[in-house]
Design a protein around this ligand. Structure first.
Ligand SMILES: NC(=O)c1ccc[n+]([C@@H]2O[C@H](COP(=O)([O-])OP(=O)(O)OC[C@H]3O[C@@H](n4cnc5c(N)ncnc54)[C@H](OP(=O)(O)O)[C@@H]3O)[C@@H](O)[C@H]2O)c1
Length: 286
């Protein structure tokens, strides 16, 4: 299969690597060249000088960029990527973006006789590195069946959530659930430190009980050491919570804890931690 991957960030770099290891003809494109150079050093494949050139012969095009604005800039318009894709091919968007843009991309793809799936991912950097992502997909059933074997190479779980946009709405559920967990973990660690406990021991025992979570297992050690130069950037989770809060406003959900942690993350951003992992929420606590 000819597969093009656009966006070799923390997540896309490894996902594109798994497609290459699975034997597909992978052509990568990234806005800045350094990531392309690193990718070509590590994996088999080719690169293109422009996104438009990268997708010309592709059966599948995967995107994993930043947000709605980057998707618009990259994909839409007379010279956007969609206009350069071949009829019958498929665009799979792994970006965490709004349900609104997912539906818009689906409509434009439809006009161009291209299939589209919104397929945001979860599992963090470790999930991408280990090919163990969880993917929530919006789109039609036949397209999902066609795409699943291709995405399987970097996923441990792929769920079809229904119509276009439902992948992104499901991802919002993930972000809402995750946000409070990280803040609670920060508060637990801070409490253990102030109480004079052996913090590592306390978190190890707690992680075997009813407070266990992915965040707990994967983040407590780095939080104790105040290491944040990896993972899921504060800038990105703020963007995700913006979308979830807007969607909640429109559908009548109340998200008080999510809204509060959204503000806490803004404090971390203002203090210069926009690229820190979201577990840097602990830096706000005394
Ligand atoms: N990191 C995580 O743990 C995680 C987990 C789940 C989901 N996500 C989501 O997955 C997506 C990617 O995350 P990431 O952590 O891989 O982000 P990242 O490391 O910041 O990478 C972002 C990528 O998007 C590209 N990009 C940004 N704006 C662009 C534009 N206007 N046109 C073309 N390319 C553009 C960047 O290109 P440059 O290199 O040129 O800047 C880079 O390749 C985001 O939507 C994020 O919310 C991330």
């Amino acid at each position: 299969m000819n597969v093009s991957f656009i966006g070799l960030g923390v997540m896309g770099f490894h996902m594109a690597g798994y497609l290459s290891k699975a034997g597909h003809n992978v052509c990568v494109y990234n806005r800045s060249q350094d990531k392309v150079t690193k990718w070509l050093e590590k994996f088999q494949g080719t690169s293109a000088n422009s996104a438009q050139q990268a997708v010309k012969n592709a059966d599948f095009v995967m995107t994993c960029v930043k947000d709605d604005a980057s998707l618009r800039e990259l994909l839409l318009g007379a010279d956007g990527v969609i206009a350069h894709m071949k009829q019958g091919s498929m665009l799979i968007d792994h970006t965490t973006a709004s349900a609104i843009i997912a539906r818009e991309l689906a409509a434009v793809c439809g006009e161009n006789k291209i299939s589209f799936l919104d397929a945001p991912i979860t599992g963090g950097e470790a999930g991408a590195v280990n090919g163990q992502l969880s993917i929530m997909v919006g789109g039609n059933t036949d397209d999902f069946a066609r795409a699943k074997p291709v995405m399987d190479v970097y996923a441990k779980n792929i769920e079809h959530m229904g119509e276009h946009g439902n992948g992104q709405l499901t991802k919002m559920v993930n972000q809402i659930c995750m946000t409070g967990l990280i803040q609670a973990l920060a508060e637990g660690i801070s409490f253990a430190e102030h109480a004079g406990l052996d913090v590592e021991k306390a978190m190890a025992v707690v992680s075997q009980g009813s407070a266990a979570s992915w965040q707990q297992q994967n983040r407590h050690m780095t939080m104790i050491k105040r290491e944040f130069n990896f993972g899921f950037a504060v800038d990105l989770i703020r963007k995700d919570l913006d979308m979830a809060i807007t969607e909640a406003y429109n559908n009548g959900t109340s998200l008080p804890v999510t809204a509060l942690v959204h503000q806490f993350l803004a404090d971390v951003q203002k203090a210069g931690g926009g690229r820190f992992d979201a577990s840097s929420l602990i830096t706000r606590l005394p």
